[in-house]
Design a protein around this ligand. Structure first.
Ligand SMILES: Nc1ncnc2c1ncn2[C@@H]1O[C@H](COP(=O)(O)OP(=O)(O)OP(=O)(O)O)[C@@H](O)[C@H]1O
Length: 219
């Protein structure tokens, strides 16, 4: 899947500064890094539709998601944007299956897409388990699966490995690479880890006090 995500003169006032974005993303996987409190999550949430910018325009593959001048701001579920927040936001009392299919959007070959995702992430044995009984790594895979079953055109990942210990990081990273290689799904990947940036990302942006600059992967 090719990507063209345009953020045109996007501005969001935060407590100490404003987040400003004026860029076009086309890389398969764009990494986002920057100090704590720099505005990384805010940027992701604007794209996901969870926050409304004060001004600007956001266009995903020629589909207008937000245009403040035209008073357009699509609801998150209408954006074809998959989002896995830092806290995963799973429903603990529901089964893995119910969580997975929560935002399910059949994409034509519906069953095969769902089956493919479930097998790719190796979560079939977990389908009938309640989510609150799953391990951290299992929950992470279920959250990824839920986002993928909504057939997004882009996947937004906010520090997907940061809460996992080293052993689990090593286990989950290959699944993220499979999403990249097998599903060819473009991603925006927020991380503090240079290793993750180098392993999974094609380009990297740095966010500092709301300002976004292009960086190189080797820095
Ligand atoms: N709803 C809000 N209104 C105003 N300011 C906010 C809001 N949410 C967060 N902020 C502030 O905006 C700044 C950026 O927050 P954000 O969560 O986007 O940073 P971040 O780069 O993702 O940080 P971290 O790496 O710690 O997750 C912080 O100073 C935060 O306190």
């Amino acid at each position: 899947m090719t990507l063209k995500l345009q953020l045109e003169n996007v501005s969001l006032p935060l407590s100490e500064f404003s987040l400003k974005a004026d860029l076009t993303l086309t890389a398969p996987v764009t990494g986002i890094r920057g100090p704590s409190g720099a505005g990384k999550t805010s940027l992701i949430e604007i794209i996901a539709g969870l926050r409304r910018p004060a001004s600007g325009r956001i266009v995903l593959n020629d589909h207008v998601l937000c245009d403040t001048a035209a008073r357009v701001n699509l609801a998150p579920e209408l954006r074809r944007v998959g989002y896995v927040p830092q806290d995963l936001a799973l429903f603990p009392h529901l089964s893995t299956r119910a969580n997975l299919y929560y935002g399910h959007r059949p994409n034509g070959s519906a069953t095969s897409h769902a089956d493919h995702v479930i097998d790719l992430l190796e979560i079939r044995p977990l389908l009938t388990r309640r989510v609150h009984n799953l391990s951290g790594g299992e929950k992470q895979r279920v959250a990824l699966g839920r986002a993928l079953l909504a057939s997004p055109q882009i996947l937004l990942l906010d520090e997907p490995l940061s809460s996992l210990d080293v052993r689990l990081k090593e286990k989950i990273l290959p699944y993220l690479l499979s999403i990249r290689e097998d599903l060819h799904l473009p991603m925006i990947y927020v991380t503090h880890s240079q290793k993750e940036l180098q392993t999974i990302c094609d380009e990297v942006l740095t966010v500092e006090e709301g300002r976004i600059t292009q960086a190189t992967l080797s820095e």
